[in-house]
Ligand binder design. Structure first.
Ligand code: ZN
Ligand code: ZN
Length: 291
C-alpha cells in the first residue's frame, strides 16, 4: 500500500480562512506549461521557493525534455497535483513520482491503485478544503466533468492568484465565484460548436465533448471571461484547445469579443509548446484578497 498521510490542518492563507503568514511572505508567482490539450497536459507553478506540477500527461523522457525547456529539472518539482484521472492529465504521474520521489496530491475519487501502483508519497485532498504545499496556498474547485471526482485549482502565493480551469462541461455559479478574482487564468477553450458538429468524431464522442460533463466551447469560455474582474486579471491563457474541433484563431476571436479594451495579455497554450513562463508581480498582502 502507498503511504497516505493526512494533510496539514491549516488552510491556505490566501483564501482568508487561515492565518499562516509565513506561507505568504515575499515571493512572486509564475506559471508555465509543458503542453496543453487532449494528447497531454502539464502546468508548472512556482513562487521561487515551491514548485509544483499540475497534472502530468507526458512520459518521463518527454517530461524531462519539456521541463528543461522551461529551465527546470525533475528534482526541482516539490509535488504533483492531479485534477482528474483522464489519461491526458495522469498518464505520466506515477512513473515520474516513483522515479524522482515526488509527492502526489489528488482526490480519493481520482485515485485508482491498479492504474497508479505504489507511489512514494500519496496525499488525498478534500475537494472542499484549501490546503498548502510548501509556500503555495492551494484551493481545489469541484467541476462538472465526466470523471470520478474532478477538480481544478487556484494557487496563490505572495498575494497573487493563478487559476487553472480546463476539463469542465459547463460553468457553475461556484466556479464563477471562485475564479472571479485571479491575476492569471488558464482557461479551456476546447472546441468551436460548428467545427465539433462537422468534425471527424463519432456521434457519441461529439455528444460527450459537447455535453454538460464534457468540455467548454469557445462561447462558454468567453461567457466566463465576461464575468471575471478584468481590472485584476493580467493574463488570460487560452488552454486545452482541441486540435480537431477548434483553432487558436477562433478561440482568440471569441475571447477578444468579450475582452474589449482589456489591457492585459492574451496567450494561447499549445499541445507541443505549452507556453513559456508568465511572471506575476508581487503584491502587497492587504490588496491581495480583494474582497
Ligand atoms: Zn483533458
Ligand atoms: Zn478530462
Amino acid at each position: 500500500m502507498p503511504e497516505t498521510r493526512d494533510l496539514p490542518s491549516d488552510s491556505g492563507s490566501d483564501f482568508g480562512s487561515g492565518s499562516d503568514a509565513r506561507r505568504d511572505s515575499g515571493s512572486s508567482l509564475r506559471v508555465a506549461s509543458l503542453g496543453s490539450g487532449s494528447r497531454g497536459n502539464g502546468t508548472l507553478i512556482d513562487d521561487g521557493r515551491t514548485c509544483v506540477l499540475l497534472d502530468l500527461g507526458f512520459n518521463l523522457k518527454e517530461t524531462r525534455r519539456r521541463l528543461s525547456r522551461l529551465g527546470k529539472q525533475p528534482q526541482d518539482i516539490d509535488a504533483i497535483l492531479v485534477t482528474h484521472e483522464h489519461g491526458d492529465h495522469i498518464r505520466g504521474v506515477a512513473a515520474f513520482a516513483r522515479k524522482h520521489d515526488v509527492a502526489v496530491y489528488l482526490t480519493s475519487g481520482s485515485y485508482n491503485p491498479k492504474r497508479l501502483g505504489a507511489l512514494p508519497s500519496l496525499h488525498f485532498i478534500n475537494i472542499h478544503r484549501p490546503f498548502g504545499i510548501g509556500t503555495l496556498s492551494i484551493e481545489p474547485i469541484p467541476v462538472p466533468h465526466d470523471a470520478r471526482e474532478p477538480c481544478q485549482f487556484i494557487i496563490a502565493s505572495g498575494g497573487s492568484r493563478v487559476g487553472v480551469l480546463t476539463d469542465i462541461g459547463h460553468i457553475t455559479p461556484f466556479v464563477v465565484e471562485s475564479f472571479e478574482l485571479v491575476d492569471a487564468l488558464l482557461l479551456e477553450f476546447n472546441h468551436d460548436v460548428g467545427m465539433l458538429a462537422r468534425g471527424p468524431y463519432p456521434y457519441r464522442l461529439k455528444a460527450r465533448v459537447g455535453g454538460i460533463h464534457g468540455h467548454l466551447n469557445n462561447e462558454q469560455a468567453a461567457g466566463l471571461v465576461e464575468r471575471l474582474d478584468l481590472a485584476r486579471l493580467q493574463h488570460l491563457v487560452i488552454s486545452h484547445v482541441s486540435e480537431k474541433n477548434n483553432s487558436a484563431d477562433l478561440a482568440v476571436l471569441a475571447a477578444r469579443k468579450v475582452l474589449g479594451k482589456w489591457p492585459g495579455q492574451l496567450h494561447v497554450a499549445s499541445q507541443d509548446g505549452g507556453f513559456p513562463w508568465i511572471q506575476l508581480p508581487e503584491k502587497a498582502r492587504a490588496g491581495a484578497l480583494g474582497g
